[in-house]
Design a protein around this ligand. Structure first.
Ligand SMILES: Nc1ncnc2c1ncn2[C@@H]1O[C@H](COP(=O)(O)OP(=O)(O)OP(=O)(O)O)[C@@H](O)[C@H]1O
Ligand SMILES: [Mg+2]
Length: 892
């Protein structure tokens, strides 16, 4: 049965075309039940687009492509993907590539059955959709599970989601005529409309079922159906029956395609009789399409595959998958993708015996960050006698997925079969990594040190030393860490991965010490070498992220944090099983939100980080500390204390290098509980410790907290030669010359201004913070300025109040000691009157409303003005708005 003309659907088609060409800039997804005509509508829409004006990519996801990472976008992405990219790196590479090929034309990405996209493809589609010049159009079948990045397309307003309704009676009649190639008798059209309920696929299957016998006949050119069917059969029943009636040859064709689509025509023809392929095509069961220079065979409709796969007994399914693997192996695996496909078929058919193939495929799946598939493949490789190479890869994957116990088991299972030194050194380091970070065994450092001494090859030794160095750093033995890392960097024989790991160690230390420029240069270098280390040592990524994140957080570079969060797509990367990386990014994201005063977001994101890292000992303490900070910012002392206790419980001694973050949070928790003396005492002691450890970057932030708590003039540090101690402000001035960047001088200036109490200077500092998006600090500096001004002349604070109100408007709930300074002690009644007056009510109106005389109202207002330090009604509104927790509009 040949393809018939497209019928009806004018409005939908127009809507699709205007989504692409219109000014709205939003794409369109059609959802609807199986067979209602979504795919056909999409095809028709694409066919109507001018190919010279748009760069159009059209893909259809299917159950078989869903099993492979980027399987859904094979038709779009080149077969060869660059090696050594991070998950985000791969996505970025793909986006850049499409943009390049589009050569300035607007991009249209059409996706049929977007619910069947594999996770990496779904993430990529979302990313593409975000680009300015791109429109995503596509279809979704109702009732199916939808990948999160696809769902996010409409929650992020990148596309509209429209339900595609069944055809109406007139359209159904038209379609019948199109299918049959001639007009249809009115009664027949009516009955078939009722039976099909306007579902084109059902209609087509009904006609196909009828056309076998003599119930469907043509008289004087008019088609008439005399079948007896009263109740509509289900679509799958009809397809079931039709497929059940296929000859064995044709059936074999449909089966192979059902398990292997898209399947090269040349491959298919090797396995079956070409005549049967033709028959299957004629019967409308399969279609042959051109993509990427080869002729591929796909099912004509996904339901055929669903029915076929369901009908197929397990033993036969496995035989078919083995056949498919053999076919592809016979013709030679031409694309990198083919390795993965063959391996998955081998795995599914229980014929996975070639460890080399499985290992290769596992590495590929891992390289595309499909952790579940990579795990399966690597495990199969190990079972197929893949030895220590397989064990190493599997252990690494398990470690990334936060399953260290299993990782150790895997490694120990091959301990006896390792014979050469090189493998031994790799095994030692991977096992060391799992044991130190995964299982928190601090003794690992000494074990590694001892076994490295026994290695003879300098390259192997360098590898071991690089691990020892970073373990020592994390365990806070910074002197030894630096010496070891430096030694690795100085050694020409050191493998790239070892050298870059050592560089991360140095870069992390530099960040903590406030040497941000050198740290940034080092990290840029590590990143530039990624292609050379990622395959060898994928976990180096985590060391790099920690070093980079430490620098960005300490230097208050919120834009930098935004950039990596956007770059690494923390939310999308979550689609994979990448707990450690995702969790750490979420902590950074929460940190940036907190400093901006977005306390809702900070709390939500840090809670998310805690959840992701629940079982990990690497960053859990850090995540809870960040949560404590977010709660403290909101003035929620109970939550803050609970989170701090959890941070202490989960913090691993092996990550001692993170202590400054935890201890800084403890200061905030004391302050949130209203115990400023305890906060001050704690933070002063912390500043001393940081100074001894040489962590100037951290020290600066802790001293900043002391300033925020009104302690700029308090003494810190040891007694100097002149017999006195430095003040917080003086120490900050010292640090501002030692710590890189523009934040330290600003902080030092803040401290001096806080000591002097000069409102103008404080306001200038506030502007400096605001310019860096450090909104909480800006608001606090402004509040401090107002506080000082309040002691002196009450006038001229209007503009400052306006500014504070603006800053607080940019925040969610924030309640910190500096902001609390401003909270005047107004009585309930005074609040009530102040709010009404701020809204513009006259004293008389207020009096009438509250049953008071105008004079009493006036008296109250005078008291309010003097408490708030404002001159009159005109300034009242801004004054109220500048008070945390007070909207200043209307009675609460
Ligand atoms: N407006 C139309 N004009 C002509 N034929 C149509 C029309 N709509 C659908 N068809 C035909 O009906 C059949 C089913 O439609 P289609 O494959 O588009 O369904 P679908 O909604 O994509 O189903 P699924 O959810 O199972 O993918 C196809 O053979 C298609 O060509
Ligand atoms: Mg479809």
């Amino acid at each position: 049965m040949s393809r018939w003309d497209f019928v009806g659907r004018r409005d939908e088609l127009n809507r699709l075309l205007s989504a692409v060409g219109g000014p709205a800039g939003r794409g369109l997804l059609f959802s609807g039940s199986a067979g209602v005509g979504k795919s056909r509508l999409l095809r028709e829409g694409i066919a109507n687009l001018p190919t010279d004006r748009y760069a159009i990519w059209s893909v259809s996801a299917s159950a078989t492509t869903a099993a492979l990472p980027f399987g859904g976008l094979v038709q779009v992405l080149p077969a060869e993907q660059p090696q050594g990219l991070s998950p985000a790196g791969i996505l970025r590479w793909a986006v850049d590539l499409l943009q390049e090929q589009a050569a300035g034309r607007p991009i249209v990405l059409a996706i049929d059955d977007a619910h069947l996209l594999d996770p990496p493809s779904a993430a990529l589609v979302h990313l593409i959709a975000r680009a300015e010049n791109t429109t995503v159009i596509g279809t979704l079948r109702n009732g199916e599970q939808i990948p999160l990045p696809i769902r996010a397309l409409w929650t992020d307003d990148l596309v509209d989601l429209v339900e595609l309704a069944p055809l109406g009676p007139a359209e159904t009649t038209g379609l019948l005529a199109a299918i049959l190639g001639g007009p249809v008798d009115a009664g027949t059209a009516d009955r078939l409309f009722r039976l099909s309920a306007g579902n084109p696929l059902l209609l087509r299957e009904l006609v196909l079922a009828a056309s076998g016998g003599d119930e469907l006949s043509r008289t004087y050119g008019i088609w008439k159906w005399t079948g007896r069917l009263e109740l509509a059969p289900s679509l799958t029943d009809l397809i079931d029956t039709r497929i059940g009636q296929l000859t064995p040859g044709v059936r074999a064709v449909v089966e192979l395609v059902a398990f292997g689509e898209p399947l090269g025509l040349h491959l298919l023809q090797r396995a079956v009789d070409p005549a049967d392929v033709e028959t299957a095509e004629e019967r409308g069961l399969i279609t042959v399409i051109h993509d990427d220079r080869r002729l591929n065979v796909r099912l004509a409709h996904p339901l055929y595959g669903e029915v076929m796969r369901r009908q197929c007994p397990v033993s036969r399914t496995r035989r078919l998958q083995a056949t498919l693997a053999e076919l592809l192996e016979q013709v030679g695996k031409r694309r990198r993708d083919d390795v993965l496909r063959v391996a998955v078929w081998r795995l599914d058919s229980g014929t996975a015996q070639d460890p080399g193939l499985l290992l290769d495929a596992a590495a590929q799946a891992f390289g595309r960050y499909d952790v579940p598939l990579a795990t399966r493949l690597a495990r199969a490789a190990l079972e197929a006698e893949g030895g220590s190479d397989a064990a190493e890869l599997l252990a690494t994957i398990l470690m990334f997925g936060d399953r260290p116990d299993e990782a150790i088991q895997v490694l120990d299972s091959v301990a006896g079969v390792i014979t050469d030194d090189q493998r031994r050194s790799r095994w030692l380091t991977v096992r060391g990594m799992v044991s130190y970070w995964g299982l928190s065994r601090e003794s690992t450092v000494e074990e590694i040190a001892a076994s490295v001494a026994g290695l003879t090859d300098p390259a192997d030794q360098a590898r071991g030393r690089a691990f020892e160095a970073i373990m020592r750093l994390h365990g806070l033995d910074t002197g030894a860490a630096l010496r070891l890392a430096q030694a690795v960097l100085d050694r020409p024989a050191a493998p790239v991965a070892a050298r870059e790991l050592a560089r991360c160690t140095v870069a992390h230390l530099q960040a903590a010490q406030g040497q941000y420029r050198r740290s940034a240069t080092a990290i840029a270098r590590v990143q530039a070498e990624a292609a050379r280390w990622r395959g060898d040592m994928p976990y180096l990524q985590l060391a790099m992220e920690l070093a980079r994140g430490t620098r960005l957080a300490l230097s208050g570079d919120l834009a930098g944090i935004d950039a990596i969060v956007a770059d690494e797509f923390a939310d999308l990367a979550g689609a994979g099983d990448f707990r450690l990386g995702t969790g750490y990014l979420a902590i950074l994201q929460a940190y940036a939100a907190r400093l901006r005063g977005h306390s809702d977001d900070a709390l939500k994101t840090s809670l998310g980080a805690c959840a992701v890292l629940a079982t990990s000992r690497v960053y859990a303490g850090l995540a809870h500390a960040e949560r404590a900070q977010a709660a403290a910012l909101r003035g929620d002392a109970t939550h803050a204390a609970e989170a701090m206790a959890e941070a202490d419980r989960t913090h691993a001694p092996g990550m001692a290098v993170l202590y400054p973050w935890l201890e800084q949070a403890r200061g905030a928790v004391h302050a949130a509980a209203g115990d400023l003396p305890a906060a001050t005492k704690h933070l002063s002691a912390l500043a001393d410790r940081l100074r001894e450890d040489g962590f100037a970057g951290h020290e600066l932030l802790v001293l900043l907290d002391l300033v925020r708590f009104g302690q700029a003039a308090a003494p810190v540090g040891p007694t100097c030669t002149d017999g006195g101690r430095r003040t917080v402000a003086q120490r900050l001035t010292e640090l501002s010359e030692r710590v890189d960047g523009t934040l330290p001088p600003l902080v030092a200036r803040y401290a001096r201004a806080a000591v002097d109490g000069g409102p103008t200077e404080l306001l200038a500092v506030a502007d400096g913070f605001a310019a860096r998006d450090l909104v909480v600090y800006a608001a606090e500096a402004t509040a401090t300025a107002l506080h000082h001004a309040g002691r002196g002349r009450a006038a001229a604070t209007g503009p400052a109040r306006e500014r504070l109100a603006d800053l607080l408007r940019r925040c969610d709930v924030v309640d910190t000691p500096a902001l609390r300074l401003l909270r005047p002690t107004l009585s309930e009644r005074e609040w009530e009157i102040a709010r009404l007056a701020a809204e513009g009510a006259t004293s008389r109106a207020i009096g009438e409303r509250l049953y008071l005389s105008s004079r009493t109202v006036e008296n109250h207002l005078q008291r309010v003005y003097s408490k708030l330090g404002v001159a009159g009604r005109a300034e009242l509104r801004a004054a109220l708005r500048s008070m945390p927790g007070q909207e200043g509009t209307g009675p609460a």
